[in-house]
Write a protein that binds this ligand. Structure first.
Ligand SMILES: [Zn+2]
Length: 479
């Protein structure tokens, strides 16, 4: 048994023991409502919980609310109002596991939560969006812009819950683009906060002040584990947003956004930080110690910038016609869903072209003295992707071939946009290779040459250094 002393450092104890509470049924981002319903069902006979159907999504999926505790301070927490933002849903089930446990040093803390607060969790408020792994609801509406019009059943449900419960605190739990930076730094914002503004002048009343105080407390804890990686959204008032309106309706509202962290593509570490930060905030609410925080420290958290690309190529020599010039390229690897949105591959485009000196890349290549050229089309065509996979990709890339053509559609299967683990760019149905040199909007496939020799091949936004070619499983594209 590990020795922990929650009373002296609750947050660190939660952080260190998270793995013992982690819901093993949720281990990657692309889960659906059918994956969380059994986790709710198995809790129905547990007296800790009251689980009720509180509404239906546009497509008729039942939306559940989990009530825990009997205390006077009411806290409403909802996750995944954007269907592709699941980190806090995973953390919510970790919190349920935590609250069920006994005799591990945390019992006094649990007793405090259950006696001082009543927690109302709505995990996965937008199950139709989660089904497709998309932001918007099945109607195609962003429900975080629907707090005024209430055109979505999910938005109307959230409004009704706020009206009926009249929570003292609300947690609006999201994921943000991993490409937001902390201020103007090269650091991605792993977690961002916002104490939403309830009016255009961004006034601060006691309701909003408490939100700032809670954020100050959570930020202090997070800085211990992700120093310099916490950001804050600009607090412009959004009259359609739920955060802004819930704050206006009198509930202290905290927005938490899980962003990007190198080495954590499935956001399992960010989930751990959510677990720690949310429980730490509930602790501050339970004993009202949040009022000891200085709201001015809120403004010390740097604002989010948006300066990051997945890959930046700097100072490449570009030839267009008979002229040449130096340019930078900003490339993003965007996820494309397949297999009913349970999986994804990457499709990468040149999204900026020119001077990127104020911007940063998560990966950067200095191409000073290197010439940017489009790759060549291999003269022989093939029938299937399987045949292409048998080719020696390194030799092809060294000879300048990035494009391989399929005579048909992979033996008659209509794939549409698809992926290949060969580090090659496959053109199906005799599609022709690009005529122009790579530029804004191009698929990010090209060569970087020095003195006529290929140094780097970039295929679908992934870099292959031909002098240190290790890749057997690449991220090629079929289009
Ligand atoms: Zn969101």
């Amino acid at each position: 048994m590990t020795s922990i002393s929650p009373s002296t450092d609750l947050s660190d104890s939660l952080y260190k023991t998270h793995h013992t509470f982690k819901e093993q049924g949720l281990s990657q981002r692309r889960f659906k409502q059918k994956d969380i319903l059994p986790l709710l069902d198995r809790r129905r006979n547990n007296p800790l919980y009251t689980i009720t159907k509180v509404g239906e999504s546009f497509e008729g999926r039942n939306i559940q609310m989990v009530r825990i505790g009997t205390g006077p301070k009411k806290i409403l927490l909802w996750t995944q109002m954007h269907g592709d933002e699941p980190t806090a849903t995973m953390a919510s089930f970790d919190i349920f596991n935590f609250l069920e446990r006994h005799n591990d040093g945390f019992d006094a803390f649990r007793k405090k939560i259950l006696e001082q607060t009543t927690l109302y969790f709505v995990p996965m408020l937008n199950p139709d969006g989660a089904e497709r792994y998309q932001r918007r609801t099945a109607q195609g509406i962003d429900m975080n812009r629907d707090a005024a019009a209430l055109q979505t059943p999910e938005g109307a449900l959230l409004k009704r819950l706020v009206d009926e419960i009249k929570p003292d605190f609300g947690f609006n739990l999201h994921d943000q683009s991993p490409r937001y930076s902390v201020g103007r730094s090269a650091e991605a914002a792993a977690i961002s906060f916002l104490a939403t503004a309830y009016d255009y002048p961004r006034s601060i009343n006691p309701v909003r002040e408490r939100s700032m105080q809670l954020i100050v407390a959570m930020n202090r804890q997070l800085q211990r584990y992700i120093p310099g990686k916490v950001g804050r959204y600009a607090d412009d008032h959004e009259p359609r947003g739920f955060g802004d309106n819930v704050q206006k309706w009198g509930t202290t509202l905290v927005l938490i956004e899980s962003g990007g962290l190198a080495g954590d593509p499935e956001k399992q570490y960010l989930r751990r930080l959510n677990f720690m930060a949310i429980l730490s905030a509930i602790d501050k609410i339970a004993d009202n110690s949040l009022t000891q925080e200085n709201r001015n420290d809120y403004y010390e958290i740097p604002e989010n910038g948006r300066w990051l690309y997945d890959l930046v190529i700097r100072h490449a020599t570009v030839k267009q016609g008979t002229k040449s010039f130096e340019a930078d390229l900003g490339i993003n690897r965007n996820e494309v869903s397949y297999a009913n949105a349970s999986k994804f591959f990457y499709y990468s485009k040149v999204e900026e072209f020119g001077d990127l000196h104020p911007q940063f890349g998560t990966q950067e290549i200095d191409a000073k003295g290197l010439t940017l050229e489009k790759g060549k089309l291999y003269p022989k065509a093939f029938k299937t992707i399987g045949e292409v996979s048998q080719l020696n990709a390194l030799n092809l890339l060294k000879e300048g071939y990035t494009y391989i053509r399929l005579t048909a559609d992979n033996g008659g299967r209509n794939l549409g946009l698809y992926y290949t683990t060969a580090p090659l760019h496959i053109l199906r149905n005799n599609k022709s290779a690009p005529i122009d040199s790579p530029r804004l909007g191009s698929t990010a496939t090209f060569l970087l040459k020095k003195g006529g020799v290929v140094k780097y091949a970039v295929v679908n936004g992934f870099v292959y250094d031909l002098a240190n070619f290790k890749t057997k499983a690449g991220n090629g594209i079929v289009e």
